[in-house]
Design a protein. Structure first.
Length: 231
């Protein structure tokens, strides 16, 4: 299980999508799990967590329901967790799930400068008409960059890419990241860092290399000798 984390705009979904297109992997997204299995949150009060996050209690129920009740088809291939976990507490819960499944957990963290993130978020557009995931960046049509290459629908800025909301989300990530890294160190979870300031194809190619490192027992063991540090 490879947790792909990083600040908003660092290219997590783009990298995970590219990896899934070239590698034999499964992709887990918390928001998709909640949408597919709303019964998992039955009885829980509405979340009061800022910026739309579900509570840790809800996260535990979703993780247990998807992985331990076998609602998420795992098979034998690696599992990429897109933009998860977001907190040290969620990492601890995920580590417990991985242990129950007999899987090794590792972290692939994307990093980019604040200026790079701001430029990417300002340019990012989504298509609200095609595909179930309204958060996934859309590919603009070559003939009209304001239209979706897939369905021709109008591309719009994601609500959470509003400059004020993006600043809050970035600040939240920056607060939580050191705690996630510290928890990874305590739990001896391999933690590799990819500087994502390059163009998307280069970052995706580098990510494929690091995923190969993390899914190879010998390099993963070496990475675990200094967990939490960039490699």
């Amino acid at each position: 299980m490879i947790a792909v984390i990083g600040p908003p705009g660092s290219g997590k979904t783009t990298v995970v999508t590219a990896l899934a297109a070239h590698e034999r992997v499964s992709v887990f997204r918390l928001r998709e799990a909640v949408r597919r299995c709303p019964d998992l949150l039955a009885g829980l009060p509405p979340s009061t967590v800022p910026l739309g996050w579900v509570s840790d209690e809800a996260v535990v129920k979703v993780l247990r329901g998807m992985f331990l009740e076998h609602r998420f088809p795992t098979g034998d291939e690696p599992i990429l967790l897109d933009n998860f976990p977001g907190t040290a507490s969620q990492l601890r819960h995920l580590a417990s799930i991985a242990t129950s499944l007999g899987r090794r957990l590792s972290i692939l963290e994307l990093r980019a400068t604040a200026a790079t993130l701001a430029v990417r978020v300002a340019a990012r557009r989504v298509c609200r008409r095609c595909g179930p995931d309204r958060h996934a960046p859309a590919r603009p049509a070559a003939s009209d960059p304001a239209r979706c290459a897939r369905c021709g629908g109008e591309l719009k800025r994601r609500d959470t890419d509003n400059p004020h909301i993006h600043a809050l989300r970035l600040a939240r990530y920056q607060r939580n990241r050191p705690k996630i890294a510290a928890a990874a160190t305590r739990l001896h979870i391999p933690h590799l860092v990819l500087h994502a300031g390059h163009c998307a194809p280069v970052v995706s190619r580098l990510a494929r290399h690091l995923v190969a490192v993390l899914t190879d027992p010998a390099p993963a063991y070496r990475a675990a000798s200094h967990p939490g540090s960039p490699k």
